[in-house]
Ligand binder design. Structure first.
Ligand SMILES: [Zn+2]
Length: 83
């Protein structure tokens, strides 16, 4: 009986190797800024059609929003964590 050939192991499934979109969010009340990952942004209803949702600022509890003038970047790692 022949030994069954194992498929080659991949380091990561391809979907985990895709970069995420990160939205630059700014608080409307204080100077807090944060990069918010796409799965969070798309997990809440947008403020306007095709817009982005407003989140709670973790510093002051105010409105954390992504103005269209602010950048969206692609990154595989959390841009909030600077090594
Ligand atoms: Zn704030």
């Amino acid at each position: 009986m022949m030994k069954k050939q194992e498929p080659p192991l991949e380091e990561l499934p391809p979907w985990l190797d895709e970069p995420s979109e990160w939205f630059k969010y700014l608080c409307r009340s204080c100077n807090y800024t944060e990069w918010v990952q796409d799965i969070v942004v798309y997990g809440f209803p947008p403020e306007k059609p095709k817009g982005t949702p407003v989140l709670d600022c973790r510093e002051c509890g105010g409105e954390l929003a992504h103005p269209p003038s602010e950048p969206v970047i692609l990154s595989k790692t959390d841009p909030n964590v600077v090594p």
